[in-house]
Design a protein around this ligand. Sequence first.
Ligand SMILES: Cc1ncc(COP(=O)(O)O)c(C=O)c1O
Length: 385
Amino acid sequence: MIKPSMRSELVSYPIRDIVVEAKRLEKQGIKMAYLNIGDPAPFGFRPPKHVTDAVIEAARQNYSAYAPSEGDPELRKEIAKCEGVGEGDVFVTAGLSEGIDFLFQALVDPGRNILLPLPAYPLYSTKQRLSYGPLDFYGCDENYEPNIDDLRKKISPYTRAILVINPNNPTGKVYSRKTLEKIVDVAGEYKLPIIADDAYEHIILDESDYVNMRKIHKDVPIVSGNSLSKNFIYPGARVGYVAFHGNWGEEIKDAMQRLCNQRLSVNWEMQRGYIAALRGPMDHVKAFNAELRKRRDVLMRRVGEIEGLHVVKPGGAFYAFVKVESNRWKSDWEFARALLKKGVVVVPGSGFGPVGNIYFRMVFLPSVEQLNGAFDKIEEMMKGK
Ligand SMILES: Cc1ncc(COP(=O)(O)O)c(C=O)c1O
């Protein structure tokens, strides 16, 4: 028997972990509705054609070499233009996931941390654990708006940066401009940089005062993370980037360059697709968001009708973080497993941090019919049938 490393024991990804159990039940004949993973493709959504055309064209041309480690120069230029930074401030990564990995490696020594919002996309907790530092979160209020007093309280001598995910995964919350300005003020006061996760930047479902951190960060250094995955409906492309705004100094960028060099490069054809995405029209956003609004209507109506469930209306992304107000289940895992037996896969809320109570995250990407089918099963279970 070969034992895995202690380091590997620190790795988990609850969004996919639950699928192992779902597949087992599927083999026993239970038909599953997968509401666990934020991938639009299985529900019929496709990347814009001009993006896939550019990828195909690149595959026909000579893009079979290793790309420059820090990214295709034309892509860096396009990103720099969008972000309002210099080309040297941009590093292209294999999805934003790799960008997050590199940021932890570049910023966080053992014993240090990046202060995470609660709840937060679980990759951040995993990377924090792998950095051997204290996992620490700042909370939010009952509407999922960050709690600024708690943020202040949680900043410690070990904090290296503050993470902001807006729109948020898993809550779908679009933060108010006022809240973001307060976060910038606190970061400025404590001389901490901000990591702005913009994975869902274009998936804003309502008229709102959404503002991107890059527009309001004043003299606080921020690093913006983005990717083709959600904003251009192309998660399989595995291309993203991080862009440094403000006064970070050259040492961090040198560290990022070395992190990029050691893994050689990101798939070049896909990077050419990202260039087309940034230069091309954004019509897909309107169509995608219109579809998502229809599906969110089903979510809000059905949750509203089911006694014991509560949800704050998601204003962006395609997730809902649903609270289970019932003491029939002792934990979120017990709830999620009971629901699995009914044929619905959701992610237990504790996968996103120590949220207390029973929550689950679901996507509202499925069609109206599929969502209604899943809610029929959820309703049945909540009624004790
Ligand atoms: C908030 C957030 N950040 C980052 C990522 C990573 O995305 P990718 O690596 O596909 O760009 C995701 C993926 O779901 C996400 O939800």
